[in-house]
Design a protein around this ligand. Structure first.
Ligand code: GLY
Length: 554
């Protein structure tokens, strides 16, 4: 009898342990209601977080054509609960084999404006299709044909034009008009479509079907590949069959660090996000930020940003091509060294730091966060770079090509020489055939004993500082709505200015300390967060009010 009781006792313990380690609900937050709904439908059909990630990614590729797509790439940060394993799927684009350092320079060695931004020459070899196939085959439990079904439907039946779509289309009107196939799909009578107009993409539906049927061969070989290559070549592109055949995703070990009892897991190179985020947190590790007067807290955070972005510009690039001193950049001692040089109430002019060229990455991208009831998680940030990428669509493919080549330094090694955005870049991120361009995309997990957050955002070079604000928010016990809504500020070393949203900072006090300020009137970012609070047995999620996304818990 006694042994029965002991058995019962241990059984109860095991059950209880199980109860507290699994989330009570699943949740998805993404930048578009149709993408969130697509992911939820896959979870309801018995798929896991990774199947849902395929559905959300592919649907975003259809309904947010200005942010990401099959013609682009991204980073998918995965947590596999059963194996307690984490991995980053690097589906970043690579430079075509015919790419070279001088490809965006004229005969006098100057950058040709627009060449790395508009048209097929701006496009790296896409990684998203290969990443979706890999996600489904290695981590999902549903066939690709099922997880891609909502996206195929959305492409065929269409989605409605929103005010945000119209802003993006207006911004890229010229590039879209230059590509008749893109203009037919994304414009109406060669102009920005009216609100409510339905965008249908039958060619994209067929390309997605080919991917669903034939896996990576459905995109990187066969009819779709033929259309991509022919369309690109005819319009001046340099892609070859070998480029498509050779493209491979990489599984990478995420960047991991600690901050105030939380484990921070974020994107590895070729993203600069994880490294810069950890550098900032290491600089701030010994400060009780929560107890400081607002202006002093903001000053310290701004100075941490300045220093991390300086290092980003100097050291970061594709780790398969350049040596990155990761141990040093991620060491807590190095963070303390940098912290000692921050003056208590005085801005450090960026020009007084050891000089290096800095470059900003593109600004239209998307993020989603997923938690399933088995505890699996996905944080994914995807991009085609500029709104609507290069604006170029190879006829018959339905695929809008990215312009991520602009995330390389077009003219490295000459600090002070601006690129097409008026910014300059370092040699670690110089163009080389087959190399991945540096990114700021920072899908991130914040893991405490009781609070686990899955988060990220688009926003070009401001991504990393937005993620920093969100990490601090999670650690300081803020709720998801507050985290996505809070006004933001940003410093990226060069230009030497604090960019801020209304109400984010103590303007007068910071100016007195010597900070130069620039108000960003329309705000920036589109953060998507899921938070699992184990002690409260609660899952919450939020979508940035600056965007048109939807977060749902069920
Ligand atoms: N193209 C945006 C980024 O990768 O940071």
């Amino acid at each position: 009898m006694r042994s029965m009781w002991i058995l019962w006792f241990y059984l109860c313990l095991i059950l209880q342990a199980g109860a507290v380690t699994l989330p009570p609900k699943a949740a998805i937050a993404s930048a578009h209601p149709m993408a969130t709904e697509a992911g939820l439908s896959i979870l309801r059909a018995g798929g896991n977080a990774f199947d849902a990630a395929v559905a959300v990614s592919a649907t975003l590729a259809v309904v947010e054509p200005y942010s990401s797509g099959l013609g682009g790439g991204g980073f998918w940060l995965l947590h596999l609960e059963k194996e307690k394993r984490q991995v980053m799927i690097d589906g970043r684009e690579v430079a075509p084999l015919r790419a070279h350092r001088g490809m965006y320079l004229d005969r006098t060695g100057e950058v040709v404006p627009g060449l790395s931004v508009d048209g097929p020459l701006a496009a790296g070899i896409p990684g998203e299709p290969a990443a979706l196939v890999h996600l489904a085959s290695q981590y999902g439990r549903l066939p690709l044909s099922q997880s891609l079904a909502p996206a195929i439907r959305a492409a065929r039946e269409g989605f409605k034009v929103t005010p945000h779509y119209r802003r993006m289309a207006k911004f890229r009107l010229q590039a879209l008009r230059a590509s008749p196939a893109a203009a037919r799909v994304f414009l109406h009578n060669n102009a920005v479509p009216p609100p409510g107009y339905v965008i249908r993409q039958p060619d994209l539906a067929r390309t997605l079907e080919a991917l669903a049927r034939r896996g990576r061969e459905g995109f990187y070989a066969g009819e779709v590949a033929r259309r991509l290559l022919e369309g690109s070549r005819r319009a001046g592109g340099i892609w070859t069959q070998a480029d498509l055949r050779q493209y491979r995703i990489k599984e990478r070990k995420p960047i991991v660090g600690q901050y105030h009892g939380y484990r921070i897991v974020s994107a590895a190179p070729p993203s600069s996000g994880g490294v810069a985020l950890l550098t900032m947190l290491n600089i701030l590790q010994d400060d009780a930020l929560r107890t400081l007067p607002a202006a002093r807290r903001q000053h310290l955070i701004i100075e941490a940003m300045r220093r991390a972005y300086r290092d980003r510009a100097e050291y970061l690039g594709d780790a398969d091509f350049v040596t990155i001193p990761l141990d040093r950049l991620l060491s807590r001692d190095y963070g303390r060294q940098l912290r000692r040089r921050i003056l208590p109430e005085k801005a450090t002019p960026s020009e007084t730091l050891v000089p290096v060229a800095a470059k900003q990455s593109g600004f239209h991208t998307t993020h989603f966060s997923i938690l399933d009831k088995e505890g699996n998680r996905v944080a994914a940030t995807l991009s085609i770079n500029y709104p609507f990428g290069s604006g170029f669509m190879p006829p018959g493919s339905g695929v809008l090509l990215n312009d991520e080549m602009d995330d390389f330094s077009a003219k490295p090694g000459k600090p002070g020489t601006p690129n097409v955005y008026g910014l300059v870049g370092g040699t670690a991120n110089a163009i080389e055939a087959g190399k991945r361009m540096l990114s700021s995309m920072s899908p991130t997990f914040v893991e405490g004993p009781q609070r686990i957050a899955i988060l990220g955002t688009p926003g070009g070079s401001r991504i990393i500082t937005m993620v920093l604000h969100a990490v601090l928010g999670v650690v300081e016990g803020k709720g998801v709505q507050q985290i996505v809504s809070q006004p933001r500020y940003h410093h990226q070393y060069l230009p030497d200015v604090v960019q801020f949203e209304q109400g984010a900072i103590e303007e007068e006090a910071l100016q007195r300390m010597g900070h130069r300020l620039k108000l960003i009137r329309n705000g920036y970012g589109n953060m998507q967060i899921v938070l699992w609070e184990k002690d409260k047995q609660r899952v919450t999620a939020a979508s940035d009010p600056r965007g048109e996304g939807m977060a749902q818990v069920e």
